[in-house]
Design a protein around this ligand. Structure first.
Ligand SMILES: Cc1cc2nc3c(=O)[nH]c(=O)nc-3n(C[C@H](O)[C@H](O)[C@H](O)COP(=O)(O)O)c2cc1C
Length: 336
């Protein structure tokens, strides 16, 4: 184990929440919760990652408490039927393994198919009452997340889904209600203990447009992030496709670097970490750790690598690179 890698599996504290390492499992929709209810298989899947060096798990997107939030029946809910009990099982298994877990609250916005008698909601179609309804839906979901034993809540405001549609000029040309994501943060903050981390995930890119941007300049990004911070966000999760890519001309900082620099809040970086077996011994890995050591960001998110390598962190820390698997798209079909 190199000294730098060993340092990564030391305990850290995230706004008061003790974590066993700086590694975060990034949220990944898995569509394996029949009827929206998490199962024992889901609990085992998350527990396995907690057992192997992931300090904080962020769940797959969990649909908020409104029929407009999403249409897929195997995507988990929180507030319906036995969903709360299912999540209780997940959180207690993660805790038994020494891990911590945040619920990612998700509303698809215009990406949702119109079913259940509800059309999809977009910034252009929502009226005053709709805003109140949704604020209540997020608040209720956060209340249930606390009851179900989650250690933190993450608001999904990235990738072109509902909250990001308010931030992006293409889906919100007049930028009306651009502070709605911050309103959601405020509504959630009011429901959860003041010491519980409230994470906001945001991105420049959209699933349907990788070159999209919510901010052309650091000043524009500062305005958005400052609104979220003032509303009660205390961790920023900067979603990026490749962590090493700069965001604005004239600086090497990535999105998480800018988020921390502009707000002073702790940030999570993510993006194409560990996708090939040689990554852990590569210059990119050294760069990832070096940037963290310099304080550009605090936590390191792993997504796809954890699908086929639940033990990636402990293997990396032990220098067991030969025991790692390269990532293949087909890993997304695996679930263990
Ligand atoms: C199968 C799959 C499902 C995903 N689902 C979500 C999701 O529910 N919420 C979210 O914010 N991001 C989601 N993402 C994006 C990941 O959190 C992560 O940002 C992305 O995979 C890049 O990290 P990586 O290169 O380490 O995989 C998903 C990614 C994958 C591959």
């Amino acid at each position: 184990m190199t000294a730098a890698t060993a340092a990564l599996v030391q305990p850290v504290t995230l706004v008061g929440l003790p974590l066993t390492s700086q590694f975060v499992m990034a949220p990944m929709t898995r569509e394996r919760s029949p009827g929206g209810i998490p199962t024992a298989q889901n609990a085992a899947y998350y527990r396995r990652r907690a057992e192997h060096g992931i300090g904080l798990i962020i769940t797959e997107g969990v649909l908020v408490d409104h029929p407009s939030a999403g249409h897929q029946t195997d995507v988990p809910r929180l507030t319906e039927g036995a969903a709360e009990a299912g999540w209780k099982q997940v959180t207690s298994e993660v805790h038994a393994a020494g891990g911590r877990i945040a619920a990612q609250l998700w509303h698809l916005g215009s990406r949702r198919e119109p079913v259940d008698g509800y059309a999809s909601w977009t910034p252009a179609t929502m009226t005053g009452r709709d805003f109140d309804t949704l604020l209540s839906a997020y608040a209720e979901s956060a209340r249930v997340a606390v009851r179900a034993g989650f250690d933190a809540v993450e608001v999904h405001a990235a990738h072109g889904y509902l909250l990001d549609e308010f931030l992006w000029p293409v889906t919100n040309p007049t930028l009306a209600h651009r502070d709605f994501p911050a309103e959601v943060v405020r509504a959630i903050r009011a429901e959860i203990p003041s010491c519980m981390p409230l994470i906001v995930r945001f991105s420049q890119f959209k699933e349907r447009d990788y070159s999209a941007r919510i901010a052309e300049t650091p000043a524009e990004l500062a305005t958005v992030l400052e609104g979220l911070r003032a509303a009660g966000a205390d961790v920023l999760h900067a979603s990026q496709r490749r962590f090493w890519e700069p965001i604005f001309d004239g600086s090497h900082l990535n999105l998480a670097g800018w988020a921390k620099h502009l707000t002073g809040l702790p940030s999570i970086t993510v993006g194409s970490i560990g996708l090939t077996r040689d990554f852990a011994s590569s210059a990119r890995m050294a760069e990832l750790l070096d940037r963290r050591a310099r304080g550009e960001y605090d936590l390191i998110g792993l997504g796809r690598v954890l699908l086929g390598n639940p033990a990636w962190v402990t293997l990396a820390a032990a220098g067991r690179h030969a025991d790692m698997n390269d990532y293949y798209k087909t890993d997304e079909e695996r679930y263990f």
